[in-house]
Design a protein. Structure first.
Length: 185
């Protein structure tokens, strides 16, 4: 039931926004009582935090797996771009809620999510630095700015990319990877 509550909430938060979605909306959509909701989540904000934590923890875990299993910094960067764009296809509503609704978290919850987001970015920055050190990437570009650029181009795709449209997630990831890598190699 906890998973069903999260999935329904993600759908409603994506459609209506966090502020415009009530606990009553969530429980009515599921055909359960408010007591059922409160059994799993003490508040709507804690539900949002759970959605955020699960989302960023999953991304960090998959990023770590790429760092361990993929060889070559160019290939790792390409795999991370594929991860982020593929995620739109596989978890688009969660991603849109993650990027759009963070402002509704309490300051301490927001701080925790921001810390994890920062770790994801720093992992990319370290990857860029390692690629500069091995000669895979240009040395005249600051790794921090390149990491922000990679995240900027991929994360903004949540706003407009439709994986069921004229281009697949894999194709978009390849376009972005080519664009990024040709600019830093």
């Amino acid at each position: 039931m906890k998973t069903k509550i999260k999935q329904q909430s993600i759908s409603l938060f994506e459609q209506k926004g966090f502020s415009e979605t009530s606990i009553q909306d969530i429980v009515e959509a599921l055909g359960v009582t408010k007591g059922t909701f409160y059994y799993y989540f003490p508040s709507k904000e804690q539900l949002l935090m759970d959605i955020h934590s699960n989302y960023i923890d999953d991304l960090l875990s998959r990023q770590k797996a790429i760092q361990k299993t993929v060889s070559g910094n160019q290939q790792k960067l390409q795999a991370i771009v594929e991860l982020l764009i593929g995620d739109i296809q596989d978890h688009g509503p969660s991603g849109r809620v993650f990027f759009r609704e963070m402002r509704h978290l309490t300051p301490e919850n927001s701080k925790e999510v921001k810390r994890k987001r920062e770790q994801f970015r720093l992992n990319i920055e370290e990857l860029i630095s390692a690629g500069i050190n091995t000669g895979e990437f240009r040395s005249d570009l600051p790794p921090g700015m390149v990491a922000f650029a990679v995240l900027g181009v991929t994360n903004w795709s949540y706003q407009w990319f439709n994986p069921n449209g004229g281009i697949t997630a894999k194709q978009l990831a390849k376009i972005y990877s080519d664009m990024i890598l040709n600019g830093i190699t």
